[in-house]
Design a binder for this molecule. Structure first.
Ligand code: CP
Ligand code: NVA
Length: 301
């Protein structure tokens, strides 16, 4: 593993390695003699979209692994004024040891990875959010003991980055995945085909939720889609995670949300509040999963 650009490019074995190491980092956090695989290294973060969890957990994680982090917004660097992604990659590769990028186009991080000589981590693009799904898988395995055979249902914008990464994450870990979404916001047929898993796409919320082990949702208006907000809020309203949907699921089913949450929209306040523990464990797990990702990338350089 030289980069983390997508879940699609990860093997099942690599996912297992990341989850195993993430559990070790979680267990050992704050204890003496923690491994510091980024000691003496500087990692940069480029954020071209807003972030709370990803940015803070990466900065904290880099520090805990012994490294130094620097956060750049695209407006601070010449890339914001037209310098190419490739030249930015060539330049930064002379100074730093790894980079974390949140942006719009997947092709930009791929181009960065090709032109540069340092590990690149996708911190969210319009296509995928791999760090999120690795933390989610860690959360499910912690709480349900295993991934294989568990039924996860994604409600709402099934054509978004988080759902795309989930298609691959579920397929590669042997989970059964359902997407409950209106036609316009279902995952593209090409994505489902590429994921090649036990994947079902439906407009029927109750059919999808039946006997589910995990109910998952994300915002209805992803970053960059603000102009479509009115239409999205209307069309996605029937795909809310609420008490009626939850009733169809297995007793004790996990309710997960990648956050930020818009309570009252994709999830009701009662369901969100009753599942705070899972949802914020999930947020915490971003830190542990990303430390594992960086440690493995640093090792394979
Ligand atoms: N879930 C997630 O990536 O959160 P942020 O946008 O706050 O980083
Ligand atoms: N789908 C959301 C995820 C936010 C973490 C977005 O892209 O805005």
């Amino acid at each position: 593993m030289n980069h983390l650009l997508t879940v699609e490019q990860l093997s099942s074995g690599e996912i297992a390695d990341i989850l195993k190491l993430a559990k070790e980092f979680k267990k050992g956090r704050g204890k003496p003699r923690q491994k510091q695989p980024l000691k003496g290294q500087t990692w940069a973060l480029i954020f071209n979209k807003a972030s709370t969890r990803t940015r803070v957990s990466f900065e904290v994680g880099i520090g805990e692994l012994g490294g130094t982090s620097l956060c750049l917004s695209t407006n601070d660097i010449q890339m914001g004024r037209g310098e190419t992604v490739a030249d930015t990659a060539r330049t930064l590769s002379r100074y730093i040891h790894g980079i974390v990028i949140r942006t719009y186009a997947q092709r930009d991080i791929e181009q960065f990875a090709r032109a540069g000589t340092i590990p690149v981590i996708n911190a969210l693009t319009d296509d995928e959010h791999p760090c999120q799904i690795l933390a989610d898988l860690l959360t499910v395995v912690e709480k349900l003991g295993t991934l294989k055979g568990k039924k996860v249902v994604f409600f709402g914008d099934g054509a978004c980055n988080v759902c795309n990464s989930w298609l691959f994450g579920a397929a590669k870990t042997g989970m059964e995945m359902w997407v409950a979404a209106p036609k316009k916001f279902q995952p593209g047929a090409e994505w489902v085909k590429r994921a090649a898993g036990n994947i079902h796409v439906t407009e029927n919320v109750n059919e999808a939720a039946k006997n589910a082990d995990v109910l998952y949702t994300d915002v209805w208006v992803s970053m960059g889609k603000e102009a479509e907000a009115t239409e999205r809020l209307k069309v996605l309203a029937p795909y809310q995670v609420n008490a009626s949907v939850l009733k169809q699921a297995k007793p004790g089913a996990l309710v997960m949300h990648c956050l930020p949450a818009y309570v009252g929209k994709e999830i009701t306040a009662d369901v969100f509040d009753a599942n705070l523990k899972t949802i914020f464990d999930q947020a915490e797990n971003r830190l542990h999963a990303q430390k594992a990702i960086m440690a493995l990338l640093a090792k394979h350089r």
